[in-house]
Design a binder for this molecule. Structure first.
Ligand code: C2E
Ligand code: MG
Ligand code: MG
Ligand code: MG
Length: 285
């Protein structure tokens, strides 16, 4: 009986493995055409100043709508795009599209907001990343202060000297840089401090756990304090409850982002929440 069971188990695992491999191949082969077939779309999630409650930025989050497979979340295809190198054309498309969108909103008279873009480690291995960013800004006409780039700790750790030089170039251009998913990486703090970043985004998990126990709350408060002591701008992501928001406000976290305040949404929906610059000037017209 044991033997038979063992065989069954083996078959089961082989099946799972085969299924996963097929799924991966399916995603990979379809991803190759996703761009040209216009299946990729950008969603925008608002970011707010904690004290004034004013929208100050939007994080750009990619979505893939496949006609048969449905919506494929980024966590399912970004890692594959990374491995295959497809993230390079996709990442450049994200950058150019988001810059153009931000500029378009400004031209239509909305109060300017910063667009924050996620960069993959693979994009940082490209010698021409700085030139690509420069070109995206130049062709869209967006001023660099409205562009923010989110990088991960693990990226920062790879080939540090090369990365630091690149980050300095981007910073010199006037683009703002943030460390994403802060606290989930394995980097040492002294190492991290060498990176010319403007601020950090505290990972979802810290915010989620903060209300569950005193020690988690203490941890979250410490990270905010750390950021502030380093003169960094601190954003908390994944804010889902009023309780979390109150906590973050009390501990003077600069900015907040999360489902409580706004989900990622298409550009057309987001702009309904943008303020017209001219609203304040109405009395002059
Ligand atoms: P991330 O950069 O850490 O983005 C935050 C993720 O948290 C997003 O997931 C967002 O939708 C989600 N989120 C926002 N508020 C809440 C909340 O209150 N609760 C919870 N539970 N989640 C919240 P999403 O859109 O599925 O993206 C997942 C990851 O995929 C991103 O994590 C980012 O690493 C990557 N990604 C997304 N778009 C791009 C892109 O254009 N380029 C690259 N390289 N990576 C991207
Ligand atoms: Mg991000
Ligand atoms: Mg991330
Ligand atoms: Mg995150």
């Amino acid at each position: 009986v044991a033997k038979a069971q063992g065989r069954n188990t083996y078959c089961f695992y082989e099946h799972q493995w085969e299924k996963q491999l097929k799924e991966r191949q399916l995603i990979e082969s379809n991803l190759r055409h996703a761009l040209e077939r216009k299946q990729l779309q950008l969603y925008y999630q608002p970011q707010f100043d904690t004290m004034t409650e004013k929208m100050i930025g939007v994080e750009v989050l990619i979505r893939w709508f496949h006609p048969e497979l449905g919506m494929i979340p980024p966590n399912h295809f970004i890692p594959i795009a990374e491995e295959t190198g497809l993230i390079l054309p996709i990442g450049e498309w994200v950058l150019r599209t988001a810059c153009r969108q931000a500029k378009e909103w400004q031209e239509r008279g909305f109060d300017p907001v910063r667009v924050a873009i996620n960069l993959s480690p693979r994009q940082f291995q490209q010698q021409n990343l700085v030139a690509t960013v420069e070109s995206a800004l130049y062709t869209s006409g967006l001023e660099p202060q409205w562009l923010e780039l989110e990088i991960t700790e693990s990226l920062a750790m790879k080939d540090a000297e090369f990365t630091i030089a690149m980050l300095k170039d981007l910073r010199a251009m006037g683009v703002s840089l943030m460390i994403d998913d802060f606290g989930t990486g394995y980097s040492s703090l002294s190492y991290l401090m060498r990176f010319p970043v403007e601020g950090l985004k505290i990972d979802n998990s810290f915010v989620r756990d903060s209300i569950e126990s005193n020690s988690s709350a203490l941890l979250l408060a410490s990270v905010i304090t750390l950021g502030r002591n380093l003169n960094m701008r601190v954003i908390a992501e994944g804010v889902e409850t009023e309780k979390q928001l109150t906590f973050l406000r009390k501990h003077q976290c600069d900015q907040v982002q999360g489902y409580l305040l706004g989900r990622p949404m298409p550009a057309a929906d987001l702009e309904k929440q943008l303020n017209k610059v001219s609203d304040d000037d109405d009395r002059f017209s």
